[in-house]
Design a protein around this ligand. Structure first.
Ligand SMILES: Cc1cc2nc3c(=O)[nH]c(=O)nc-3n(C[C@H](O)[C@H](O)[C@H](O)COP(=O)(O)OP(=O)(O)OC[C@H]3O[C@@H](n4cnc5c(N)ncnc54)[C@H](O)[C@@H]3O)c2cc1C
Length: 429
């Protein structure tokens, strides 16, 4: 049902093949992949509720999705973005992870993962979300086949015989458009998912993630750290240097909510001292901390990812704990697969909103999703509960991982998005 207010039709009857609700990391990536794979043969509209400035003047623009976080892109994601033709630009703002050090505070045993040993140029690449946003949006604007509407909030979707009727609030004016398929990419709190009565399975970790950029007095040399502390797991990821050339790293530290709030309100000096005490000296002395932010952590999985004329992608379909750095990487593989299926169906003149087509996507990507969710959950569960027994097991696990090359390779393959069932973007010409 459309909301009240002036309703106008944007371009007449059956306007688009695909409308994407949400121009975040996943929505834009999907638009670009679909446009490329279909050779611009699919009419796409991306509606984003936030106002995105027309030009960024070469500076990062912070907004929802492309906020102050940094994302560790797996090698699999790199392959997809390379094939999309944006890797070279992105690389100017990115830092390669050549080694990952996994350890636990106050315990012997650590795991070192190395890119060369695996025969790869890097285990992953870290890029600040704001830069990722700049690169994705400028690429989107170069594509004549993709229409971009902002600020534009998709508020309703009604199934029809030939297509779905979508109501959009475009800067205060309501419009309706028709589309063969609505891709819902409006994030973990998906208002459209609720609107369409699509249920969720949720697990509240009762934790928050603190994120901040940290300067230190020792170059990171491409090392990333995953450290398990008595307060909760932390990841330190290598970043491009600060404006004064100081080595810089992105911190993600998950912990109980009350503790996170205390840390957020502490002074910079207190925060750095606490961090240093919990992390140790492996990365030298922490000298500065940037603005600190916190995120509530919940695992949310939509109970349905497809319906006739509707598909859920990105955080709207599944949002994972950030400790394993898998959320965007998995979503990118999802939308790569979805774009492949839709491009093929379009070439074969099939109706892309029909369940026969959408089920093909689910069947091809389900194994990857299940494995990634299990992997993220296991890591999270293992490090969620403090205590000797779990700590002891974890300790043995880390030692075993360091000794067992095959196990280590499988761990790296999973985090990199390489395993049976994972889409790696090789299909993009
Ligand atoms: C602390 C933290 C660290 C992380 N680190 C990593 C990492 O290292 N590696 C990794 O792979 N993943 C990581 N993730 C996960 C990753 O950030 C998410 O998977 C990703 O942001 C999901 O993007 P999205 O586009 O689905 O959703 P969002 O980023 O939430 O974007 C949704 C967009 O939709 C718009 N919108 C909302 N409602 C509407 C509407 N009705 N109509 C139109 N537009 C709408 C919003 O304005 C927004 O732009 C991390 C997450 C957190 C919290």
């Amino acid at each position: 049902m459309s909301q009240t207010g002036a309703t106008e039709n944007v371009t007449g009857a059956s306007d688009y093949d695909v409308v994407i609700a949400g121009g975040g990391m996943v929505g834009i990536s999907f638009a670009l992949l679909l446009n490329r794979l279909s050779r611009a043969n699919v009419r796409i509209l991306v509606a984003e509720s936030f106002t995105v400035p027309a030009s960024t003047n070469g500076t990062p623009v912070y907004r929802p999705s492309f906020d102050a976080r940094a994302t560790a892109l797996s090698y699999g994601s790199r392959c997809i973005l390379e094939n999309l033709g944006i890797w070279n630009t992105l690389q100017q703002h990115a830092t390669s992870i050549t080694d990952i050090h996994v350890s636990e505070r106050n315990r012997f045993g650590s795991v070192a993962l190395n890119a060369q040993q695996r025969g790869w140029p890097a285990l992953g690449t870290v890029v600040e979300n704001a830069w990722l946003g700049n690169v994705l949006i400028s690429e989107l604007r170069k594509q004549p086949g993709i229409e971009w509407l902002s600020p534009a909030q998709v508020i309703d979707c009604q199934n029809g015989i030939d297509g779905a009727c979508i109501t959009i609030d475009h800067d205060g004016t309501q419009k309706t458009v028709t589309t063969k398929l609505l891709a819902i990419a409006d994030g973990a709190q998906s208002g459209l998912r609720t609107r369409l009565n699509i249920g969720t399975r949720e697990h509240d970790y009762q934790q928050q993630a603190i994120i901040a950029n940290i300067c230190c007095d020792k170059p990171h040399a491409g090392w990333a750290y995953e450290r398990f502390t008595d307060w909760g797991p932390m990841a330190l990821l290598p970043l491009t240097p600060a404006s004064d050339a100081a080595p810089r790293m992105a911190l993600v530290w998950t912990m109980k909510g009350e503790r996170a709030q205390e840390l957020l309100s502490s002074s910079d000096a207190e925060f750095l001292a606490t961090l240093q005490q919990r992390f140790g000296q492996r990365q030298g002395r922490f000298t500065r901390v940037g603005q600190r932010y916190s995120y509530d952590l919940k695992l949310t999985e939509a109970s349905e990812q497809i319906r006739r004329q509707i598909v859920l992608i990105g955080n709207a379909a599944h949002s994972l704990h950030p400790v394993a750095g898998q959320g965007f990487n998995l979503a990118l593989r999802d939308v790569q697969r979805l774009a492949e299926v839709i491009a093929q169906a379009t070439a074969e003149c099939e109706s892309i909103g029909e369940l026969t087509v959408l089920r093909r996507y689910r069947e091809r990507q389900q194994l990857d999703q299940t494995r990634t969710l299990i992997f993220s959950n296991r890591i999270t569960a293992l490090f969620e509960k403090p205590g000797l027994v779990v700590g002891g097991l974890r300790h043995v696990g880390l030692l075993a991982l360091d000794l067992n090359v095959d196990l280590k390779n499988r761990f790296v393959d999973q985090t990199a998005g390489f395993h049976p069932g994972a889409a790696l973007g090789n299909a993009i010409g």
